[in-house]
Design a protein around this ligand. Structure first.
Ligand SMILES: NC(=O)c1ccc[n+]([C@@H]2O[C@H](COP(=O)([O-])OP(=O)(O)OC[C@H]3O[C@@H](n4cnc5c(N)ncnc54)[C@H](OP(=O)(O)O)[C@@H]3O)[C@@H](O)[C@H]2O)c1
Length: 332
């Protein structure tokens, strides 16, 4: 086994933005381990992806208890890779995990109780071989648990030294404001919100971004490429091995309709005129707003990762480009 040494040039080309009002800087592009890092995937490819990401200045890696499949296997594989390649770089990494979706059977393996959140993080730490994560999230709102209890668990986790910062994911604007106020009162401010956000899914623009700005919370959009739809990949059908084709992929084939592909083709043409690929334009489009701390991408190959990093070469849009994109997105 060859040992990994990080490239000395790793910080030369990446930019970092401050996460909300905190002291923490995150890279403009972060890497998510939802797909492509489970036991169903090739371990050496996963490892190579992490080496390349870090060599390019991607210091933030995002996990969750249930990433795989099977559940927990992305954290297990990541733990192995950390040990083999990154043990001397731990202090250069921001590692996040989450709990909130179904993880184990029975009443304590899902949702938002203190019991679940604390037990789940303990399991995640064991799987990854870590003493603490940098960021721990409540993965989704739980209307049946008092917000005070879920936020109280996040606060307790920080007090126990098991996480440095806390965040929330997919919370509405209203719940985010309440959660933020509860956390502030306890002395553990909410660092970051992880919402689904892309050119094709704009719900955050309807109040959430305003709340994040007033509360000083960072924003890290997930599925910025709509799981691959906002790339050239599906323009000519559904390729073998793509997320939509795989039985373990979360993207359903029926999301790729002729109407969607017609928009994607038009967006692709705009991207070409900008000298970008569509994947690059989709990432740049999010990062043009400096309220977006980082964009959380997933990749199944090194080629995709390098392509996506190329988005950083052009983050500005002319008014006419923005108008053209809006016109395409609003087509029926
Ligand atoms: N908080 C939450 O509830 C939540 C939910 C979902 C995701 N997340 C986080 O967000 C991360 C990113 O989500 P995501 O994986 O859905 O993001 P995404 O970037 O929208 O989609 C990633 C997929 O798109 C394809 N792709 C990426 N770059 C490409 C390129 N240049 N050309 C062609 N295809 C490309 C690949 O799929 P193929 O396999 O087809 O190659 C890749 O696996 C996750 O890993 C996770 O950390 C969080």
């Amino acid at each position: 086994m060859t040992t990994y040494t990080a490239k000395p040039t790793r910080y030369d080309n990446m930019s970092y933005r401050r996460c909300g009002n905190s002291g923490l800087l995150l890279p403009l592009i972060s890497l998510g381990l939802w797909h492509n890092f489970g036991h169903v995937d090739d371990f050496n490819t996963s490892k190579q992806l992490l080496h390349t990401a870090f060599d390019k200045g991607i210091t933030h890696l995002d996990l969750a208890n249930n990433y795989g499949p099977p559940f927990g296997s992305a954290e297990e594989n990541f733990g192995k890779i950390l040990k083999q390649s990154f043990s001397s770089y731990r202090d250069e990494l921001i590692i996040s995990s989450k709990a909130g979706w179904e993880m184990w059977p029975g009443p304590y393996g899902d949702h938002g109780s203190r019991k679940y959140l604390i037990a789940s993080l303990d399991q995640s730490l064991k799987r990854m071989g870590l003493d603490y994560v940098d960021i721990f999230y409540h993965h989704r709102p739980d209307p049946d648990t008092p917000l005070e209890e879920s936020m109280g668990a996040l606060h307790q986790i920080v007090k126990q030294g098991k996480a440095l910062y806390v965040g929330i994911s997919s919370y509405s604007a209203e719940d985010t404001l309440r959660a933020s106020q509860i956390l502030k009162d306890m002395g553990t401010p909410c660092l970051i919100h992880q919402p689904r956000y892309s050119m094709m899914d704009r719900w955050v623009e309807d109040g959430l971004l305003d709340v994040l700005a007033t509360e000083g919370i960072g924003a890290i959009p997930f599925s910025p490429l709509e799981q691959g739809i906002l790339t050239e990949k599906y323009l000519k059908g559904i390729p073998e091995n793509s997320r939509a084709a795989k039985s373990t992929g979360f993207l359903q084939k029926d999301a790729i309709t002729p109407e969607v592909i017609s928009k994607v083709q038009k967006l692709h043409d705009v991207a070409q005129k900008r000298g970008q690929s569509l994947a690059q334009m989709a990432i740049s489009w999010l990062l043009k707003n400096d309220q977006i701390t980082s964009v959380l991408v997933g990749v199944s190959s090194e080629k995709q990762l390098l392509e996506n990093l190329g988005a950083l070469d052009n983050l500005s849009f002319s008014n006419s480009e923005l108008q053209e994109i809006e016109t395409i997105l609003s087509m029926k």
